[in-house]
Write a protein that binds this ligand. Structure first.
Ligand code: BG6
Length: 475
């Protein structure tokens, strides 16, 4: 067993604007798709924001960022991943000029991080496309959105590029296959969306990502731009070659994204899939050269769980897992939300990605969503705490596997846990699905003081960071 992490390894946490900021109509911000998604991904959008949408206030990071970053610093974070709300910068997505108030907000966040010596890692689009882009352009289905994203990207790199080295283009880009509105801003309901439009939207995002990479490198060659995928090992349910093939097919549907991001062209299996499914994409020569010449500098991914796949329709029961679905694994326990816990899967996927793409990897999300109980405690600095040993066990087990992958020779840049502070869930829009080291007093019915409390895992993570992983429990 190894618990050695490379020198300069970045330790921290990750959030997304719509899940923490709140202030959905302040500072000149326009509406984003999240402002009309009160119930998470699997339910239809509303016509306009409704009061039951917890994201409208979220955890009020917009006003409390300094206090929250201070707590991250207390844990010793060397990196903080957050997203910029596109609709704060371009309220309608296609405005001629950016919104200065929105830009100034992120200046202040960056000032605070700088003050604490925390490296920022910025996601440019984390499930929060401006609503106007969804309504006017049908999101990424329209080629015009590439130009809108390029304009947004240029503004961000020019404004912040000198102080932000690490950038991600699209959060979990592969999730668009399952959640086209949330992930691709595609307003056409999923059951009416044609495969051609879906893959054309994906193509536009891939081109926009390459184009943003080009712009970043032109502005400052030291900027590192990464892609971000939902990482999930897909095991064959049995050793039956038909199951192994089914698992390979399901894996390909996700791997295609980073294959294009890193190799600059569509792989043969994707071209075959397009051919056999009557998908005819509009791909220009300029698209081809952008993809080929501006591949990503690194690959980042989220990791929560693994799933199985089978060719046998009678065994194809849907798991209660995350966005990508999949068949449950009989060998693994699950979280309260049915996400199957598989630390070894993280080592496997780190090896798979490294062997396949040879690009540095960054684990930018990992964590356990659980129901927490705030209890009074005389020993706790805040008078109350959460005894979240289950979260410590989860994170410890995953970090041990990261160290194993490092020992396997995989280049890993860093690790940011998902939701270092409790936030609104993306899939279910609940606050009771808590991931944080910091408890936020807010409930699913919107009540609560929004006060912050350090959980037991807060001290645990501080120790892990301070010892560079040496304090991790083995076994
Ligand atoms: C990832 C997303 O899918 O998982 C995050 O990038 C999300 O936005 C996280 O919050 C955890 O999922 P959930 O549904 O528990 O919030």
């Amino acid at each position: 067993m190894s618990t050695t992490f490379p020198p300069g390894f970045l330790w921290g946490g990750a959030t997304a604007a719509n899940q923490v900021e709140g202030a959905y109509a302040e500072g000149g911000k326009g509406l984003s798709i999240q402002d009309v998604m009160p119930n998470g991904i699997m339910t239809p959008r509303t016509a306009e924001p409704t009061p039951d949408n917890l994201k409208l206030e979220a955890i009020d990071f917009y006003h409390r960022y300094a206090q929250d970053i201070e707590l991250f610093a207390e844990m010793g974070f060397s990196v903080y991943r957050f997203s910029i709300a596109w609709s704060r910068i371009f309220p309608n997505g296609d405005d001629a000029e950016p919104n200065e108030e929105g830009l100034a907000f992120y200046d202040r966040v960056l000032d605070e991080l700088e003050r604490h010596g925390i490296e920022p890692l910025i996601t440019m689009s984390h499930y929060e496309t401006p609503l106007a882009i969804a309504e006017k352009y049908d999101g990424w289905v329209s080629r015009e959105v590439i130009g809108l994203f390029e304009r947004y990207a240029r503004v961000l790199f020019e404004r912040y590029g000198h102080r932000v080295k690490y950038w991600l283009t699209f959060n979990e880009i592969n999730s668009v296959l399952h959640a086209p509105f949330m992930s691709g801003g595609i307003n056409t309901p999923k059951d009416r969306l044609s495969a051609t439009d879906l893959y054309q939207a994906i193509h536009h995002e891939l081109v926009a990502s390459a184009s943003a990479t080009r712009i970043a490198h032109e502005i400052d060659p030291d900027i590192k731009v990464g892609c971000m995928v939902l990482g999930m090992p897909i095991y064959p349910l049995t050793p039956d070659p038909a199951d192994v093939l089914a698992a390979m097919g399901a894996d390909h549907s996700n791997l295609m994204f980073s294959d294009v991001h890193t190799r600059g062209r569509y792989p043969g299996y994707a071209l075959r899939f397009f051919r056999e499914n009557g998908i005819e994409l509009q791909i220009t020569d300029e698209d081809r050269s952008l993809l080929a010449e501006h591949t990503v500098d690194f690959v980042s991914f989220s990791y929560y769980m693994s799933v199985c796949e089978t060719a046998d329709p009678s065994k194809k029961v849907a798991g209660r897992g995350n966005i990508l679905g999949g068949v449950p694994n009989p060998y693994l326990p699950a979280s309260e939300w049915g996400w199957q816990i598989d630390p070894v899967g993280l080592r496997l996927i780190l090896n798979q990605f490294w062997d396949r793409w040879g690009k540095p990897l960054f684990i930018v999300e990992n964590g356990l969503g659980a129901k927490d109980q705030l209890v009074e405690s005389a020993d706790a600095v805040d008078g109350f705490t959460v005894l979240d040993d289950y979260r410590i066990d989860y994170l410890n087990a995953h970090l041990v596997q990261v160290a194993e992958a490092v020992a396997d020779g995989v280049e890993v840049l860093g690790y940011t846990t998902w939701g270092p502070i409790d936030l609104v869930s993306a899939s279910t829009a609940e606050l009771s699905k808590r991931y944080g080291f910091i408890y936020v007093d807010r409930d699913d019915d919107g009540t609560g003081t929004l006060a912050r409390y350090r959980k037991k895992s807060f001290d645990w993570y501080r120790e892990v960071i301070a010892t560079g992983g040496a304090s991790l429990r083995q076994g």
